[in-house]
Write a protein that binds this ligand. Structure first.
Ligand SMILES: [Zn+2]
Length: 624
């Protein structure tokens, strides 16, 4: 799934300047959010702010979803054996396993991609971009990053039964369809699995006379079959979704997903250069949900020896199924409830209940990353619908980690996600493919175990920077003085704090009168606001405000603040600080305001924006 709460924010300066000169209204958009529209008249700018949809994954005002398969529709390939009792010594080798391949030697993941016919409805330029570049690139990333521990090769997926009814054939100790096998088997709701991918299917009438249906073919020589479709489904239309994905079949002994799909919503695609990185991050994220990053699979995780971490029901061979959450439950060896007492919010302290993934490698990685030896595990997202909640890392704690529930900026797949993949028990991860997560690095237990309000208050008391959080509303400040370069100097950032039209849920209130007392500059505007309405624009980050890339929308074009994209250049007539966007550009501060002389030098205007993107020409000088 995955990934662009591009804080669709906007480059405010050009808007301000535009306004100075032409009295145009600029549109300011915080990227992660998008539900309620509210007009704020602040100084001479008309700004729109949005409250966030907390479900799915917004990508530039749009969302990406992971849908957990309904329990009855989740099939187990080679499901003839799925009711076999497990024992430590039981070594299951499917009869169609390719004997030439070593079973025990972990080998690089092989993904077979099958394009649904709907995919070919894309115009040729989109088809080329996705089929020749984006999808192969995303797949290559995971093939190079993961080795499969228990190879099931080649794959023959299970066929579904009519009415999804199964019976257990006692004589052969196998499962069969109760009345008949379905003519077609789907992966997800829309994609029909081709006949050559399917195993034979047995059905038993009156539980007696059993017949096989479908010819078993050679199968697919891969570890995972990924179906790619581009169906404008109700999921796309209902929520302005970019893409959605899931696994659809698990292998029967170790329960690793062996089949899954990604549906790309046709209206969401773009060939704009600046949309390509987010699209790639999105595909990698979505594929990872299909490969195993899903709360629906936590109950199937294995220890290092291949034994289940959650006890299986002897009669089904599966973990216990919770009909309320619609998910297989995981034991406390995988997920634990943790109580955080003294959780600071608003003017009070509460006890906050959080869920943490506590598997060994993830635990070691998060402790190392945050430099907190008492950290219990990796916090899971507590907001959003079933496709977001628990199935992503908590946004407040992991911000730009790619497996958080919304894309904001600079998406990275960190060692923590790689550790997760190893802790599934199905993969060995190549950590050299992991990317560096800077957010929260070495900030200690106070950062990772307390609310962002606690962090901000305690840092202010010590006169220290409250980074990575921030606490001003750009719309209420002279934003031109508030821009910052990100650490990599490849984008211009602003604080994503906004005033909501509604009260923020109590447990996510991060401001109170203390903030007022300590912000002399804010006294002019704060009395107009209730503290219960103040928060960051990314709801999944528990409304904690943080510095985020900016994008701005004008004349229906969205530009953003990443320096390397030429298309982000301001219009020539409005390029007041002579910025230069392009592949060699970086973010710089020129520290002083610029003066612009107009009317044959008779008038003078001060442009106080002192941060912008500029082409690096004499890079070698910096190296010296
Ligand atoms: Zn996701």
């Amino acid at each position: 799934m995955i990934e662009n709460n591009y804080r669709a924010f906007d480059q405010i300066a050009p808007i301000l300047i535009t306004d100075l000169f032409e009295r145009h209204n600029g549109l300011l958009v915080f990227g992660s959010i998008m539900v309620e529209l509210k007009l704020l008249i602040v100084s001479f700018i008309a700004l729109y702010s949005f409250a966030q949809i907390i479900e799915c994954l917004p990508v530039r005002k749009k969302k990406i979803c992971h849908f957990l398969p309904e329990n009855e529709k989740l099939l187990f390939s080679n499901f003839k054996r799925r009711n076999h009792p497990r024992s430590k010594n039981y070594r299951h080798i499917p009869f169609y396993i390719n004997k030439e391949l070593s079973y025990d030697e972990p080998t690089n993941l092989i993904i077979h991609t099958h394009y649904d016919k709907s995919f070919y409805d894309f115009p040729s330029n989109i088809l080329k971009l996705y089929k020749d570049y984006l999808i192969p690139e995303a797949i290559k990333y995971w093939e190079n990053s993961l080795k499969v521990k228990y190879r099931y090769f080649p794959i023959l997926l299970g066929r579904s039964c009519v009415n999804l009814q199964l019976v257990f054939d006692d004589s052969t100790k196998s499962v069969a369809c109760e009345t008949d096998c379905s003519e077609t088997t789907k992966c997800g709701d829309y994609i029909t699995i081709p006949e050559e991918h399917l195993d034979t299917c047995k059905y038993c009438v009156n539980n007696k006379s059993c017949t096989n249906r479908g010819k078993q073919k050679g199968g697919i020589k891969a570890d995972f079959i990924l179906y790619i479709s581009a169906i404008d489904s109700r999921h796309c239309n209902a929520s302005n979704t970019v893409a959605f994905a899931s696994y659809c079949q698990l292998e029967s002994k170790y329960n690793r997903p062996v089949g899954g799909y990604v549906n790309i919503c046709p209206h969401s695609v773009s060939t704009k250069k600046s949309d390509i990185d987010p699209a790639l991050a999105t595909l990698k994220h979505e594929i990872l949900h299909a490969l195993g990053f899903s709360a629906g699979l936590f109950g199937f995780f294995l220890d290092a020896n291949g034994n289940p971490l959650t006890e299986r029901n002897p009669s089904t061979g599966k973990p216990p199924f919770n009909t309320k959450t619609n998910m297989y439950e995981a034991s406390s060896r995988v997920v634990q409830n943790v109580k955080r007492s003294n959780w600071k919010i608003g003017n009070k302290r509460i006890t906050r209940n959080i869920k943490m993934l506590i598997t060994p490698k993830v635990l070691a990685e998060v402790r190392k990353h945050f430099n907190c030896s008492t950290l219990e595990g990796a916090e899971l997202e507590d907001q959003g619908d079933i496709g977001t909640r628990l199935t992503h890392w908590e946004k407040r704690v992991f911000e730009n980690e790619a497996m958080t529930g919304t894309y904001t900026q600079n998406s990275v797949f960190s060692k923590i996600t790689f550790a997760f993949l190893e802790d599934t028990g199905w993969y060995i991860a190549n950590y050299s493919m992991a990317e560096e997560l800077r957010w929260g690095s070495n900030l200690g237990c106070d950062f990772v175990k307390k609310s962002c309000k606690s962090w901000m208050d305690s840092r202010r008391e010590k006169n220290l920077s409250i980074q990575p959080f921030c606490d001003y509303i750009p719309a209420n400040e002279n934003v031109n003085t508030k821009y910052e370069c990100n650490e990599q100097r490849d984008a211009v950032l602003l604080c994503n704090m906004v005033e909501y039209s509604h009260e923020i849920p109590t447990i996510y209130r991060n401001f109170d009168s203390y903030y007022h007392q300590n912000h002399s500059h804010a006294k002019n505007w704060l009395p107009r606001y209730s503290f219960s309405h103040l928060g960051g624009s990314v709801a999944l980050a528990d409304y904690c405000p943080f510095m985020q890339q900016v994008s701005w929308s004008m004349n229906n074009e969205i530009r953003d603040s990443r320096c390397i994209y030429e298309e982000n250049s301001p219009d020539k007539s409005k390029n007041y600080i002579l910025e230069n966007y392009g592949s060699k550009s970086k973010c710089f501060s020129h520290s002083r305001s610029w003066l612009i002389y107009t009317n044959e030098c008779t008038s003078r205007i001060t442009v106080s924006k002192t941060i912008g993107c500029y082409q690096v020409i004499f890079y070698f000088l910096f190296k010296i």
